[in-house]
Design a protein around this ligand. Structure first.
Ligand code: C2E
Ligand code: MG
Ligand code: MG
Length: 708
């Protein structure tokens, strides 16, 4: 059917009354056919009498379907419920009030597809106001509905995702945040809207970091990376952040969308996993895996720095027996406690791992001297050997240790591990409770030194140490001006051992401190004896190790010895080597200051062998410089040595210090020194170091009875 010339008027007069000519009619029909909405004309009996092109597409009615010969009715285009609604609610009102109806209604096309539509239904009336037909206009809402559903979905995703999301405008003002953002940062939506993300900044990054980040967002449209931000409660957390820039079609930035998740927990989990895979659950120490990693790394570093490593394999001993007699639980406890002992014995630079059931391995980096490793092995052996209380039983283990060195014994990871094991097996075979070096020669040397250290310890307690005295002479008067106390060790089997040999051992092992106190006390005791014998007391110089100077109780100890023997503080002089002091700086220097302010005389020993820096000399409160023996012995053949001696003598005079020439052996040296104005000398030319008894014979009787 086509729209015929008709005169239509509305009951309310709001519908236009038009007269149509053919031209106009054609134009209107073209418009109606071109419309992208369904336009249908429906007769009073609900038959469709006209349907435009769009309507036919929508309802699935083919373009050549003749509506007059093959009639279609409204009920064919709705589901029953919708049709009923139309019939009972919409049409009757339409007819009664002659009013149009607008609303959403579901259409069903001929293929049975349901289509959401926005419908406008308009009644057309005749002159008497009767409805003569109805126009139905329908807009397909499928796309809009789809879009709305998508939007709802996006909103749900936005709110339900575990990632924090923040949307800002081009000026970085926060427009929207999701629930996860609120949960992660602790800020509510109201607290952040309108503000900028700067409010989340921590001080972990500088301005350059943020500048670079935003530069990249502008250049590439996005940035991703790890960033530290701050929560509302002030705590800082690590997050993985991705910023995307949303631009309008002209390329102008409209929004920035930031999506992030909290990495803190993940990192903690990763650390936990790595800890588990690298550690032994029983002892909490590292495991084999960790050891392999550390050895690998340590060898690389040692190669680079040309340094030495030591790997020590430790077998606890009778673990199997304890397992069988006291059970697994007790045995585990024992292994645990031994592991703890080992760990507390080492500093941070040493790696201790549980290598097997009853085996531990220790990796020591930066080993200067194999001897120090043997000392450590000895200490470990002794400590693991100590009896342990276990379920009411006293258990004693006989640990064995095997030691291999990089690079001497092996230059690769596997070789080092293997050779430490070989050494361990040798130790076990040789009757347990001992340690072995992989290389016998190295072991031998270290063993000898260790033995010396051991017997030096005994020497202190068993009185095998003795002091000799070497007089210092005044060239002017020929009189004995004083003496230097020099340590002697009479070893029960090795005989007399030179301090040049045992003092370095005492230094490495720390025994020097104890020995030093003994020397000082012994000199005090000797002086007091001589005083009681009525002898004039010579001033005795005592050598001090820098390790003694680093002890905070030094001053107290020295004063207490002086007090015990009623000696004045200047009865002795303390000799400190220049090189020793140079190595120490801080603590030793302040110790020197306090000794001096307490009245002690201080001599700088072996002067000329260190930096002999003048500014250093100025800072030291000295009374004496001792010119090193090497300059005196070279003086005749070496002009430089001679001029150094001359300079030191001159310098001492200018600084108001005493100067002593050490190691004077020849009369020519005496002449030269005298000529250069050096008064005090010490050396074999006059006296060798001698026993206290012999030295005593050189002392003069006291001039008065008041002592010094
Ligand atoms: P030093 O303090 O420089 O002692 C002087 C050393 O030179 C002594 O060696 C002495 O015997 C030796 N000497 C003296 N006159 C001559 C000489 O004319 N020719 C030669 N060739 N040597 C001479 P000694 O007694 O073997 O002591 C060596 C070093 O051991 C001392 O050097 C000192 O640094 C250290 N020392 C000795 N006793 C002690 C001590 O009680 N405590 C500390 N910390 N170190 C000590
Ligand atoms: Mg000395
Ligand atoms: Mg000296």
């Amino acid at each position: 059917m086509t729209v015929s010339n008709a005169k239509v008027s509305s009951k309310q007069g709001n519908l236009p009354t038009v007269m149509l000519d053919d031209q106009l009619l054609l134009r209107q029909q073209t418009i109606i056919e071109a419309a992208n909405q369904m336009i249908a004309t429906i007769a009073v009996d609900q038959q469709l009498i006209y349907l435009n092109t769009f309507g036919r597409q929508l309802l699935g009615v083919s373009q050549d379907h003749d509506l007059l010969t093959e009639p279609l009715y409204v009920h064919e285009f709705h589901q029953a419920a919708t049709y009923q609604y139309l019939n009972t609610e919409i049409f009757p009102k339409l007819v009664a009030n002659a009013e149009r109806w607008d609303g959403e209604l579901e259409i069903k096309n001929l293929q049975g597809e349901l289509i959401p539509a926005h419908m406008t239904i308009v009644p057309h009336l005749d002159a008497q106001g009767e409805v003569i037909w109805i126009t139905g206009i329908a807009k397909d809402l499928r796309l809009r509905k789809q879009y709305e559903a998508q939007q709802r979905l996006a909103l749900r995703v936005f709110d339900n995702t575990i990632e924090g999301i923040m949307v800002t405008d081009a000026q970085a003002r926060i427009l929207q945040v999701n629930q996860a953002f609120v949960e992660i940062t602790g800020f509510t939506e109201e607290e952040v809207l309108g503000r900028t993300p700067k409010m989340l900044r921590s001080e972990h990054h500088d301005e350059y970091f943020y500048d670079a980040m935003w530069d990249q967002v502008e250049a590439d449209g996005r940035w991703q990376g790890e960033i530290w931000n701050r929560r509302k409660d002030g705590s800082v957390f690590l997050q993985w952040l991705s910023i995307n820039c949303l631009r309008d079609p002209h390329g102008k930035t409209q929004y920035y969308v930031s999506v992030f998740h909290d990495l803190t927990e993940m990192r903690a989990k990763e650390a936990e996993i790595s800890h588990l895979s690298n550690h032994d659950p029983l002892t909490g120490l590292g495991n084999r895996h960790l050891l392999n990693e550390r050895i690998h790394h340590a060898i690389r570093q040692a190669r680079h720095q040309s340094s030495r490593l030591a790997l020590m394999a430790i077998d606890l001993g009778e673990i199997q027996l304890i397992n069988e007699t006291l059970g697994h639980v007790a045995c585990d406890r024992l292994i645990q406690s031994q592991g703890k002992k080992l760990a507390t014995m080492m500093d941070d630079s040493v790696t201790v791992v549980r290598f097997g059931a009853d085996e531990f391995t220790v990796l020591i980096e930066d080993v200067v001297d194999p001897y120090s490793v043997s000392q450590l092995a000895q200490k470990i052996r002794q400590s693991l050997q100590e009896a342990v209380e276990l379920d009411g039983h006293r258990v004693r283990l006989s640990p064995s240790l095997g030691i291999a060195f990089y690079p001497e014994d092996a230059t690769d990871d596997g070789g080092l591990l293997r050779n430490a094991q070989v050494a361990l097996n040798q130790a076990k075979q040789s009757g347990r409770d001992t340690f072995r070096f992989y290389d016998q020669n190295m072991g031998q040397e270290a063993r000898e030194r260790l033995m010396l250290e051991q017997s030096l310890r005994d020497a202190i307690t068993q009185g095998a140490l003795e002091l000799h005295y070497q007089p210092k002479v005044s060239l002017n008067t020929g009189a004995i001006y004083g003496a230097e106390a020099l340590l002697r060790w009479n070893h029960p089997t090795l005989g007399s051992i030179s301090p040049a040999v045992f003092i370095p051992i005492a230094e490495v092992s720390g025994l020097i401190v104890e020995i030093g106190y003994w020397v000082f006390r012994e000199v005090c005791r000797q002086l007091s004896d001589w005083r009681q014998d009525g002898l004039k007391l010579p001033r005795i110089a005592v050598n001090m190790s820098v390790q003694q100077l680093e002890r905070t109780d030094l001053l107290q100890q020295l004063l207490s010895s002086l007090q015990t023997y009623h000696l004045p503080v200047d009865a002795l002089e303390l000799e400190i080597t220049e090189t020793g002091l140079m190595k120490s700086e801080g603590l030793a220097l302040s110790s020197v200051q306090s000794l001096s302010s307490e009245g002690f005389r201080l001599a700088l020993d072996d002067f000329g062998t260190g930096y002999s820096s003048l500014s250093y000399l100025r800072r030291l409160p000295l009374s004496t410089l001792k010119i090193d023996r090497s300059f005196i012995s070279d003086m005749q053949s070496d002009r430089v040595a001679l001029s150094i001696v001359r300079t030191i003598i001159q310098l001492s005079r200018d600084l108001g210090l005493d100067v002593v020439a050490e190691g004077v052996e020849l009369s020519e040296q005496v002449d030269q020194l005298r000529e250069m104005g050096c008064d005090l000398v010490q050396g074999y030319f006059f006296y060798r170091p001698m026993s206290a008894e012999r030295f005593q014979t050189l002392l003069l009787p006291q001039e008065d009875s008041s002592g010094q």
